[in-house]
Design a protein around this ligand. Sequence first.
Ligand code: TAP
Length: 460
Amino acid sequence: VTLTTAVELAYLLSAVLFVFGLKKLGSPASARQGNALASSAMLIAIVVTLLEHGVVNWQAIAGGIVAGALIGTLLARRVAMTAMPQLVAVFNGLGGGASALVAAAEFYRLGGPTAMDVTGGVTIVLSTLIGAVTFSGSFVAFGKLQDLITGRPVTFPLQRTFNALLFVTLLAVGVALALGGAPGWAYLALAGLSLLLGILLVIPIGGADMPVVVSLLNSYSGLAASAAGFVLGNNLLIIAGALVGAAGLILTHLMCRAMNRSLANVAFGAFGGGGGSAAAASGDQTVRDVDAEQAALVLAYASSVVVVPGYGLAVAQAQHEMRKLMDVLEARGVEVRFAIHPVAGRMPGHMNVLLAEADVPYPKLLDMDEINPEFERTDAVLVVGANDVVNPLARDPGSIIAGMPILDVDRARSVIVIKRSLSPGFAGIDNPLFYLEGTMMFFGDAKQALSDLVREVKEA
Ligand code: TAP
């Protein structure tokens, strides 16, 4: 058994562990284990790669590991759950940037365009192009999510035509480079234009759609890594990149489907930016508002309560109060379950992570398809900071959220909605649920409202 065979076997083991790790990420109950598996796979891959190739400078590598581990630990501890999408955006951007740099290093090591064979040229061009687009696009997404730049769609006349021309130019430069018929500076042009394309692709997309964009860029960062794997002739990098590419694409597809929008609509729809204009005038409709005591009575005397958490629960960081309310209700013999909509909140799995943080047992979290038939038989539904995911307008073909699958909360006997006002949610449209006869509005910040409910349920 030669060293190469041993290395390839270790890579195979890593690849298998990556696949199992990804599989385990599919359920909150096994996600931690999945993470552990995938990171051990990465450790094996790194160690084996370092052993196989003669390392030029151990100090630089050790320094990188220490600095990376410090920054990673700090970020993991400091970054708030609600800021996770922008953290992931930065990670993707750095991944794409790293792939582009690997390609650049290889380009200059080989000695420029004329020194490359076509295969080498194609992989270097692809890795640079996709890596640089991912890098700049991800940092624009980060800026929008972090409110460093405007979250509104930034558009200008003939934008798509301009982008298309830019893309064609990039392809032309790329082909010329790969075939060895371009001067050395063309490589810098390729990198620069790719960075520009990344920015231009993301600025016309509204801040609220950034999670979908981040997921798509995640997929790009995988493709860039895969291309870098071809550049270096490293099989594991090719496989790992392909896994990231596929996983990111599947997630993007799931998010779009849960919003009933096409990827093209997210990319070119300039959605969620103007705000307000789509809001139907609620005019003279009235709502029934209740205080903590009245709401607590409804919940305390129900036999089963379904809680629908949404973005507002995350913003208010009210998950621990939510858990306390669950405890006091269950102590009275009320059955409490949670209805999880696939795009509740602002990132995939947002509600699962939030409730897991407060140790709400996983079996109490039910998917949309499981819980929807139950609403008709449910005494009371408690909607906490959710809006679009319970908006019955989605059943109206004329609405902008037409066809988005929703939680059929309006079919329950009584519904209590906790939110601060009648303001719309992400989609910017009014919600007829609030005006239904069986609906009670309990206005307030979710955290405060839930802790008032806990107190009142205890006294009920
Ligand atoms: P939204 O429809 O965005 O509604 C959230 C509601 O929470 C708002 O109407 C707001 O009303 C309320 N709220 C805000 N802060 C609050 C606080 N401190 N206390 C109490 N309530 C508060 O949320 P949703 O129902 O979770 O729907 C998610 C939306 O995001 C969907 O349209 C989805 O398509 C979109 N989206 C989701 C994702 C993913 S992957 N999850 C990605 C991109 C887009 P007040 O201002 O009146 O309080």
